[in-house]
Design a protein around this ligand. Structure first.
Ligand code: BTN
Length: 252
């Protein structure tokens, strides 16, 4: 399929050349998890806001709800970054939604949409996932994007990759700088109390208007029509339920 460019190795100087000085990017070839590594650096006081850690391969990548996140070497864009919002903590639920909006916007050429809260779908298949963890006075956000994977390398039948969706002509260095730049723009204005990112998020949502099933972390489930996103970033159902955390299945 000729997707060598999509699998080109990460190069911190190429990434940094495309970014503002807000970001400081480190690349490692192999690690257990960029998320665990960066969280540890924050805890030790060795990472400040704008720190980014990317890897070509993770041996113990972590997903939401204690799941694993796996990808063959060089086939996915795997990175974590640290930010320190000024807004009050009760608003921080929006941060992972902002990160999802930044990824979806970066993948607009492929009509990427967001499944609440922050899975990124192309043609209703998952191409990217992210986690956001409060560490100290800030948040470590970890993003995985399936970039160059062929069908047989996908982690699940309902997954896809940019290569499978016809992407070409860029590499993971360019994509990483694009996602970080988009995130910075959205985050800086949100952090200055501009809530217009809410409208952007809603416009990119694949969930709103759909009949959904919610699988709550305590294994309870509920189904209904997704009718809104609350000011806190919760998914609002037609029953009036405000969903704070859970797995969503799009039924139709
Ligand atoms: C999910 O889909 O459940 C979230 C996946 C998040 C994976 C990324 S890959 C980079 C960073 N390091 C990790 O261990 N996890 C995140």
């Amino acid at each position: 399929m000729g997707n060598e460019m999509l699998r080109a190795a990460l190069d911190s100087s190429r990434i940094s050349a495309l970014l503002t000085h807000y970001w400081r990017v480190s690349v490692v070839d192999v690690t257990a998890s960029t998320q665990s590594d960066l969280a540890e650096l924050v805890r030790l006081g060795s990472a400040t806001p704008g720190e980014v850690l990317a890897a070509n391969f993770q041996s113990a990548g972590r997903g939401r709800m204690s799941r694993s996140f796996e990808a063959p070497k060089n086939s996915a864009l795997l990175f974590s970054f640290y930010i320190q919002p000024k807004r009050k903590k009760e608003d921080w639920g929006w941060i992972s939604l902002i990160a999802g909006a930044a990824v979806a916007q970066s993948l607009q050429d492929y009509q990427a949409r967001i499944k609440w809260p922050n899975d990124i779908l192309i043609n209703e298949k998952k191409v990217s996932g992210l986690i956001a963890e409060i560490i100290g006075d800030g948040v470590v956000i970890g993003i995985g994007i399936n970039v160059g994977m062929e069908k047989e390398e996908l982690p699940a039948p309902n997954a896809t990759s940019l290569a499978i969706e016809g992407a070409h002509g860029f590499d993971r260095n360019m994509l990483l700088s694009k996602v970080l730049s988009q995130f910075q723009e959205l985050f800086v204005s949100w952090d200055a109390e501009d809530d217009s990112v809410g409208e952007l998020y809603r416009s990119l949502s694949s969930t709103l208007g759909k009949h959904v099933q919610i699988q709550y972390p305590d294994n309870q489930s509920e189904s209904g029509i997704a009718v809104g996103i609350s000011a806190r970033g919760e998914l609002v159902l037609d029953s009036g339920s405000h969903v704070q955390a859970g797995d969503i299945i799009h039924l139709r």
